[in-house]
Design a protein around this ligand. Structure first.
Ligand SMILES: Cc1cc2nc3c(=O)[nH]c(=O)nc-3n(C[C@H](O)[C@H](O)[C@H](O)COP(=O)(O)O)c2cc1C
Length: 293
């Protein structure tokens, strides 16, 4: 079993490295340690980064290591080593392959369909009452977009939902330059910043559902999305995240986003990676979350 998993991980790493050479700087792959660490694993993000840099004793990530469309949840220590066959410092069990288990069952989520909402992150905090999701839901699309990709996805979603739109913008506008934005985003992530909003809505409670759009920045949601969530009482609101990215899946942002939205009283449903969408993908996403158009 161990051998099989290791083989699958190596195969996945090779596939990802090959894909990386042709298309993106955000490559990823499982990598084994050297020498005395040869039985241990870390996850190479391909851009000089790796999981386990949060400064916390444990960092969780949903990863589809063997590319079968199903992600498992892995924990990394502060040096980037994957926890295996142990109880993590925050009290969860991981099996010999590093996958999070509950009563011996590996916890999974469907990557192709986005975050399934049945995993650890979804159960990480209490939520309010479940909203009554029937026809006639009041839907808001709130999105942040630096270079227009997420805005394009938001407009496509608005086209078939007719939802109200709100653009989240920063009081201190992000720079024109890509590199300057990357540097500022990294600093905001490292300091867990809450960049101030240029403007905000005061009638969020009028909506049952918020479709929340953002680009993936440094493998998670931009910190200004957290500012937006934390600015509101979201009791009884269903939040459905969607993202655009250079290749990262929305699941990378779901644990952080879910914890923050849950803390404001929201329930978080299935996420959508909206790099390539059409009307049927959008309506399937909404209907799997109980929203009839
Ligand atoms: C600061 C920054 C960090 C990024 N980090 C990632 C990343 O971790 N993974 C990824 O796939 N793409 C990453 N990207 C690419 C964006 O997610 C992608 O271009 C997105 O579609 C931009 O959306 P927008 O046009 O709405 O701003 C990053 C872009 C920026 C500017």
């Amino acid at each position: 079993m161990k051998m099989k998993k290791i083989f699958l991980r190596m195969a996945a790493a090779i596939v990802m490295m090959t894909a990386a050479m042709s298309m993106t700087v955000f490559a990823a792959g499982w990598t084994s340690g050297q020498g005395e660490n040869h039985t241990r694993w870390w996850y190479d993000l391909g851009n000089g980064e790796y999981y386990g840099q949060s400064g916390q004793p444990v960092e969780w990530q949903w990863l589809d290591g063997n590319q079968d469309g199903i992600a498992e949840c892995y924990a990394f220590d502060s040096e980037g080593w994957m926890y295996a066959d142990t109880t993590t410092p925050d009290g969860y069990t991981v099996d010999a392959n590093g996958a999070w288990t509950v009563n011996g069952a590996v916890q999974t989520l469907g990557v192709a369909a986005g975050y399934a909402g049945t995993g650890k992150a979804a159960s990480s905090a209490g939520t309010g009452e479940e909203p009554d999701l029937e026809e006639g839901n009041r839907i808001l699309i709130a999105y942040f977009s630096k270079t227009g990709n997420t805005e394009e996805a938001a407009l496509a979603i608005q086209n078939i939902t007719g939802a109200d739109m709100f653009e989240i913008t920063a009081a201190d506008e992000y720079p024109q330059s890509y590199q300057a934005t990357v540097d500022r985003a990294r600093m905001e992530l490292d300091t867990n910043a809450r960049p101030a909003l240029a403007s905000d809505m005061n009638d969020i409670q009028d909506y049952d559902v918020i479709l929340l759009g953002y680009p993936i920045w440094w493998h998670t949601e931009p910190m200004i999305i957290n500012t937006f969530l934390e600015s509101h009482n979201l009791d009884g609101t269903l939040v459905l995240p969607f993202c655009t990215s250079g290749g990262s899946d929305i699941s990378e942002s779901m644990p952080d986003l879910t914890a923050i939205a849950n803390a404001r009283g929201a329930r978080v449903g299935t996420g959508l990676t909206a790099n390539y969408i059409d009307d049927s993908i959008i309506s399937n996403w909404l209907s799997e979350n109980g929203i009839a158009l």
